[in-house]
Design a protein around this ligand. Sequence first.
Ligand code: 0RA
Length: 635
Amino acid sequence: MPESSYSGKDIQVLEGLEAVRKRPGMYIGSTGPKGLHHLVYEVVDNSVDEALAGCCSAIEIVIHADNSISVTDNGRGIPVDNVPKYRKSGVEVALTILHAGGKFGGSGYKVSGGLHGVGVSVVNALSSRLEVEVKRGGQVWQMTFERGKPLGPLRSVGKTKATGTKVTFWADPDVFETTEFSWDTLSSRMRETAFLNKNLKITLVDERELEPRREEFRYAGGILDFVKYLNDKKEPLHSRPIYFETEGAEGVAEVALQWNTGYSEAVLAFANNINTHEGGTHLDGFKNALTRTINDYARRQGILKDKDENLSGEDIREGLTAVISVKLNEPQFEGQTKTKLGNTEMRSFVQSIVTTGLAEFLEEHPKPARAIVNKSTQAAKARAAARKARELTRRKGLLESSTLPGKLADCSIREAALTEVYLVEGDSAGGSAKQARDRSFQAILPLRGKILNVEKAGINRALSSEEIQAMITALGTGIQDEFDLQQARYHKVIIMTDADVDGAHIRCLILTFFYRFMRPMIDAGYIYIAQPPLYKLSYGKKHEYAYSDKELQRAIGALAENTKYTVQRYKGLGEMNPEQLWETTMDPARRTLLQVSLDDAMAAEEAFIDLMGDQVEPRKVFIQRHAKSVRYLDV
Ligand code: 0RA
């Protein structure tokens, strides 16, 4: 379509998409890997909306060899008729007008209206090219765009009896820092989406590999299968997850829960398929009902006596894996990251269905019921004992920030926001780091050997571990329900371990500690991973460092022909002298730090259990696959 034929309205439209290109972050969060993957979710969410409307049973996502992405569904197809208000085809409206999604037709609980529900037009704006194919009304329609602008009108290219939509897009390299999609990130998200939409078949294909990789997700049990999956590597307390589903005027609520013999709580809450990380009314309703119903049951059975205190929610949720999924018509998202459900009607709705469903389960299944109550009373006892132990250690001054651990080499600046602490594997590397550091703002805490796996040990044992006490006192925040971010003594906590498998293991143990005891530190973005180099390449009087095999090969390739060089492989931090450690890993001007984020609760949970649970095999596999290539750790 020649530019000159645009009307005034069209120009406004283009300005809309121009705004997206000017400030992509406002629409998709970032232009890093996270924002990039967001493009896929945006398109898929539109297909999922078709599934929620009962009009789509299968979605296929293909990562093509050139990192373009196709999303194909068998929904109704984007409307092709003229939309009078805009005097354009529905397809063009959907792809060029911001927030057009819900404005022309469509009903049911929508995903795409939710969190980042910005619409496919944003994907179009941020793609160097986008092709859409719609099967609808007996015909196949096509239209192509570049940087959001149509290359021509929507045209019919053939006949078909099928319906559906296929969107292929090339993320714009001028907008994104990288256009390389991650299989792991996409597959974990697609699995989650499949769990949340019972029976919806989602296929993910990767054509970048010689032998295309393909995985199909389809769960007849929905979130019941989700809970089974999350508990897969754990030992369940009762064989089948408890599950209920209710539809009312408020919407639909589904709940699945199963306790395991472990100590951690994994309760995930979703609203219209959006992971409500910050919780909200549906989660509150669930927790209230759970605490009340278990206490009522324990009293009625005489397990709790009149003189006994009620079991606390935390005790009851120890070892609980649960998924709550609600779908409602006008979700209100609140909170800092807009991931907190605000609709008040959901509190009582979820509370009442959980109360009824759980009470019924307990009455009908006395054996698991008893096991669950016993587990909670055990937790209550352990917590009381731990509290006592903590009070004792506190009295001894062990957990008080006034007595810092002896081996901490603290920095001189007191302003936490300006300071950082390195948690260093081993005393010898710790020694080098102490010499290398800038002592004004860098503190060093050497940790000896493998720190305790807090996933396997209860809180009692964890608190009596010397290394863990040292971390707690050095960081100053306290732990778990007594955690206070304001008290953090440093705003950067940098984990520095050897670049080998043992180092990766220790790093994971330390991360597990943060995940279980100081999760808000991760949420606040305070936790980092140092990147020591793997190689030193020396030639003539010069040298450079390489942080991966690829980088080393590139550096060698860049040398003039016949240049003599030597390569030193660093197996551990100890092989670097303090000066080298400073220039490669600790100097803020030259180092690279990886910020740890756990925004994908499921993947995180899964990875930690793989790594820290009782089974050795998945841990090995994970470490071998990721040890060398952990680029950004929002797993
Ligand atoms: C607007 C209205 C309707 C469907 C869609 C858009 C739609 C968008 C996408 C994006 C990817 N796949 C899609 N499938 C459908 C409702 C159509 C109707 O009422 O028939």
